[in-house]
Design a protein around this ligand. Structure first.
Ligand code: HDD
Length: 711
């Protein structure tokens, strides 16, 4: 066993790294053994009666190897099966003692180890990263007081209001059960059938149809805890809190056509991107923000804080930035860490507590339950990645795969034979005590009337979009509903859109050859058998704001080009100065620069210098990159004749990416875009690198979509 050498903390005090180190193995220089430690002499041939004879049951080496192999797989997660994870640390900027007693939110000197898993929701473990889908954003904080899991998504709201509907939602969105089609896509009948009958989903659907659901990279996504939680301070006072993760890399999306092409060119693109950024030392960072609402303000909003389909717009309650998370180490083993990690919104520490959000309450049951079948029993907390930092001491015993060896006779409490150990901890000793909320109510299956505004925030979201963001939402609905086979489902959806925005409904309906109609009220599907339809009319509340600029990605562009992927397209004969200048400047700004040439090996500059090629025009694709630079000189003559180079430029242009070139390089761009305007936004043909870098920060020049190339 070996302690991990990659030590991310200066003072060397990362307790999680040390703990994981105890379980790591390195086979370097070791003999091969069976699982019982017996050295193996022949790992090539099974034991047989004669060299052409039957195999023998006696062969314990073969049997052990094969049995283990036969059981290598575990059930994938029912949702969020496809994921990628990384280790890191969280450091607080300012103590939050006024609101919470959680130690890791009070001491700015502590670096709390974290493990973060990003995921898609719909697809299987091996599905594409590039699906239009919500992304999971699950953070496990290994605090001194035990594990705290913030199990969020990259949207601030959810599809449904009550956990009772979660199995229905998942059954509807997953591949259809008769033929297991489609994989990693919501564009199919059962999903939209369900959604068209569930008006409460409309707000999250707007986020799903926006570019938030096709992130350019996992590093450029916001994260949200979604539910309203509670902070509890030392005096036992409660404040409501919503959690936000704000990426320092900006918030960036893909073009939909690009996402679909990228799914083929590099289906692991998001996983690879996260991995490479960390391997290259370009650690992604997120700031943690909180929106705090005093207990007494619970009913001051025109929506219910317990309703997970509603956000608190930042324009109404500002987000206070309180700390920073840095992801700085890739896992050593995908299965042991990323696959076996078990998150749970119910893993909390003193100072953080729940509210009565009915979605959250249901989650508190589901997550442990799912691990029992996924990880095979109740001891999954002993798997290294799931272990808490403090010692786990209680009277729980036995079960499949138990690792602890508890000594003594006593496994009950109270006891005298074990001197009363393990002790209960008083609140002042750090014992968790649930917030004492006064409840005076009848037992009833009912939803609060305050949950019945399903459209105001969907409209607010749409109103807050820029023109290109609106266009992308219209196109996304048109695409998704265009894939739906049953016309009545399409019709119900465009009718639903009429409640959100008339122009949106008309544009989508037009694409589908339909006319949106006023919805009958109430919408069927979400009403209990004996429910009074009059109780189920969607209410529309008046929000104090008509736009929330904070939800628009256009307002969240990065201020640097760190870890952005830039292709320098070139060939033999490239001008030395043009080539080295651009490469040097981009690398100095921490961009991930790759040299793409017609073939692998080296490019030889005009003066005879040789530079290694990172990828060839055959194996590379423009969709992998954020920007493209064509370095000039004689190399351009080769590129002008190369179909792959022309396609590379055309695709980058079509996907609205920044393109830079010097005078010769511009010839290539002009050949692809014959009607290139002199000063077209995002196409810099004068070799001005500062202008090119400025364009990379702007990410995309979406106006080009208005005059698309037929690429
Ligand atoms: Fe969930 C996994 C996020 C509602 C039941 N969920 C899971 C993961 C994330 C979320 C990020 C993957 C964790 C990982 O990487 O291992 N889920 C959410 C959010 C929700 C939400 C942000 C709403 C605010 N989930 C939700 C409900 C239920 C579940 C209402 C059931 C009542 N979720 C599960 C699950 C999963 C899961 C079936 C599958 C694998 C797992 O838990 O560990 O139990």
């Amino acid at each position: 066993m070996k302690i991990n050498e990659q030590e991310p903390f200066e003072n060397g005090a990362n307790p999680k790294v040390e703990q994981l180190g105890k379980y790591k193995v390195d086979h370097n220089g070791e003999f091969m053994t069976t699982n019982q430690g017996t050295k193996i002499n022949d790992d090539q041939n099974s034991l047989k009666a004669g060299d052409r004879g039957p195999s023998l049951l006696e062969d314990f080496i073969f049997r052990e190897k094969m049995t283990h192999f036969d059981h290598e797989r575990i059930p994938e997660r029912i949702v969020h099966a496809r994921g990628s994870a990384a280790h890191g640390e969280f450091q607080l900027y300012k103590p939050m003692g006024k609101y919470t007693k959680a130690k890791f939110l009070n001491d700015t000197s502590i670096k709390t180890p974290v493990f973060v898993r990003f995921s898609t929701v719909q697809g299987s473990r091996g599905s594409t990263d590039l699906a239009r889908d919500i992304r999971g954003f699950a953070v496990k904080f290994y605090t001194q007081e035990g594990n705290y899991d913030l199990v969020g998504n990259n949207t601030p709201v959810f599809f449904i209001q009550d956990a009772m509907k979660f199995p229905d939602l998942v059954h509807a969105v997953k591949p259809e059960p008769h033929n297991e089609i489609p994989q990693a896509a919501s564009a199919h009948d059962t999903f939209w059938d369900f959604i068209s009958l569930m008006p409460e989903a409309m707000h999250n659907i707007m986020w799903l149809m926006s570019d938030r659901a096709i992130p350019r990279t996992l590093r450029a996504m916001e994260g949200f805890g979604i539910h309203t939680f509670r902070f509890i301070n030392d005096e036992g006072k409660s404040h409501f809190v919503k959690f936000h993760w704000k990426p320092l890399q900006g918030v960036l999306g893909l073009a939909w056509d690009e996402a679909q092409r990228l799914a083929g060119k590099d289906t692991d693109f998001h996983r690879r991107d996260l991995w490479e950024a960390i391997e290259n030392g370009m650690y992604p960072e997120w700031e943690l923000g909180v929106q705090i609402v005093p207990q007494e303000d619970e009913h001051k909003f025109p929506f219910d804080l317990l309703d997970p389909t509603k956000m608190i717009p930042e324009e109404m309650v500002p987000v206070e930035i309180i700390g920073k998370m840095t992801l700085n180490r890739n896992p050593d083993n995908f299965f042991a860490e990323t696959e076996q990690v078990a998150f749970h919104p119910g893993h909390v520490v003193p100072g953080i507590d729940f509210t009565n959000d009915p979605l959250l309450q249901g989650r508190l049951f589901s997550y442990t339950d799912t691990q029992l079948s996924r990880l095979g029993g109740p001891n999954f907390h002993e798997i290294p990645i799931n272990r808490a930092i403090p010692d786990v001491t209680n009277n729980q015993r036995d079960g499949i795969h138990r690792m602890q060896i508890p000594k003594g006779k006593v496994s009950y409490h109270p006891n005298s034979m074990g001197q009363g150990c393990p002790f209960q901890a008083m609140i002042k000793e750090g014992g968790f005590a649930s917030f004492e909320e006064r409840i005076d109510a009848s037992k009833i299956r009912k939803r609060s009337q305050s949950f019945f505004d399903h459209f105001s925030q969907a409209t607010l979201f749409y109103n807050s979009m820029t023109d290109h963001e609106k266009r992308h939402i219209q196109n996304a609905f048109s695409f998704e509903l265009g894939k739906v086979q049953l016309v009545p489902i399409r019709q119900r959806m465009v009718d639903m859109l009429l409640e959100v925005d008339e122009d949106l409904a008309k544009k989508v309906a037009d694409h589908l050859g339909l006319v949106p109609k006023k919805l009958p009220q109430p919408i069927t599907g979400s009403i209990p058998a004996d429910g009074n339809p009059d109780d189920h009319h969607s209410l529309k509340v008046k929000l104090p704001i008509t736009e929330a600029p904070s939800v628009s990605m256009a307002n969240k562009l990065p201020t640097n080009i760190k870890a952005r992927r830039i292709a320098i397209l070139t060939a033999d004969g490239v001008d030395d100065d043009a080539f080295t200048r651009v490469k040097k400047q981009l690398c100095e700004m921490d961009a991930m620069v790759q040299i793409i040439a017609p073939r692998h090996g080296f490019v030889t500059t005009k003066s005879g210098e040789q530079y290694p090629v990172d990828d060839s025009l055959l194996t590379a694709a423009s969709v992998v990159f954020d920007a493209l630079y064509v370095a000039g000189g004689e190399s351009v003559n080769t590129l002008l004749e190369h179909a792959g180079a022309l396609h590379f430029v055309a695709e980058a242009y079509k996907h609205c990416k920044p393109i830079g070139a010097d005078a010769n390089g511009a010839d290539l761009i002009k050949k692809v875009v014959p009607e290139l305007k002199d000063a077209e936004d995002g196409v810099i043909t004068n070799g001005d690198l500062d202008e090119f870098i400025g364009a990379i920060m702007l990410h995309r020049f979406w106006d080009r979509e208005m005059n698309p190339l037929p690429a």
